[in-house]
Design a protein around this ligand. Sequence first.
Ligand code: AMP
Length: 472
Amino acid sequence: MFIYNTLSGKKEEVKNTGRTLRLFVCGPTVYDYAHIGHARTYLVFDSIVRYLRYRNFDVFYLQNITDIDDKIIERGKSEKRSPFALVKSFEKKYLEDMKNLGIVSVNEYAPASKFIPEIVRQVQALIKKGYAYEAEDGYYFDISKFKDYGKLAHRTVEAAEDSTSRIDTGKDKINKGDFALWKFVSSKNPTGKKIKIIKGEPAWNTSLGWGRPGWHIEDTAISEKFFGPQYDLHGGAVDLKFPHHEAEIAQQEAASGKHPFVKTWMHTGFLLINGKKMSKSLKNFLTIRDFLKEYPPEVLRWMVLRHHYRSPVNYTNALAEQARTEILKLTDLVNKLNMVIKNNKKIVSSGDMHIHIEKLQRSFHETLDDDFNTPEFMGHLFASEAMYQDKLWGVSAEDAKKLKEFIDSTLDILGIKLKTYKIPRDIQKIANDREKFRGSKQFMQSDALRKKLKGLGYSLEDTPLGPWLKPI
Ligand code: AMP
């Protein structure tokens, strides 16, 4: 298994040592509905984990949920809503969306607010080791103390400082790029309470003072709690490389003195819309919910896996329509194979199918073991559909079964289930009656029954094995 590691800039072999493969993926900031850009990243990791498990890796997949963040506070203030109520409701919606997309591989969702003691402990460790300092509005990480800062994004400290993405502002920071570990929330009358909302900002009463964690420390405190100071795989979309993942490396390696913090860093490409990142802040997003009103979930997964996970994808309606058409063609194929399985028991296997499936099976492993090259495999699989269009009806039942099982099982590994068309008895009877009329050249009657079937929601295709029906 080879995976592209952002840290080294190369594909590297990931061996199955028999030990648990620990994967952490950055979860969403829950202040709005999740969009199909989020879905792209989470569908990719879900399919990757499914494939790794199929290849016998014992994966533990941990995902945090950012439920404390400046963006949440801003949204809460603008809607006059408690930040706690806001995140609770959107966390629930996010988990529903994941379920509706068939994302089932995550072992643990970890909301940051449940890990305040771990966060405080990590900040204390950084203070003790001289990497963190107290400023007017909180504790900051001093990036000049960490000599490897910039190693993931391949930036110098100076270049890193020019970044503007979610950089914390603080009047008396030592370096422009220093990031917040703990943000003070002033409280004139701290009570005995442990948690309070002070002017719309959630605050915890801790040894660091009343306040809340910075964004980056939430993730390392959670991963350290589950995995310890070092683990195998870390994922997220490409925007998180800097400063978020860079900050995570700095914090964890500084706190523990151990490196590398994470062996392999994986970054997914963006889902774009009109050439721009689909994002909540740009308000150019299509929610997962709205997408699922138009299309079944497998269309989104198919569309996502039709592209390499590291490449950007520009979303258009045409792209979704193309995915829908391709899924439909494959669904038709496996349903037609069902008919062949029932009818062609007497035909002898040619052996060709066996060779074809062996080739497909090899390509499944070769392409996915090579940095999860799903588009290449899906291209091969889809070529099968075209290849069997014409000769399908003469294939033996045994061969048809092999092909159907191969398509079903490989797509199932990636998280796609193709529908089996259910044809009610009375509908089948109408089709059989029509066949009799057709056989006796009573075309008016047979056309009338075809029309009737259409009215009842079924299309009919005449095949050498008899009428083939599917719901419209
Ligand atoms: P956020 O809710 O912005 O914290 O994002 C949660 C995760 O979704 C992060 O890994 C993001 O990088 C990823 N993500 C957000 N927008 C997109 C997008 N348009 N395409 C792909 N991944 C995205």
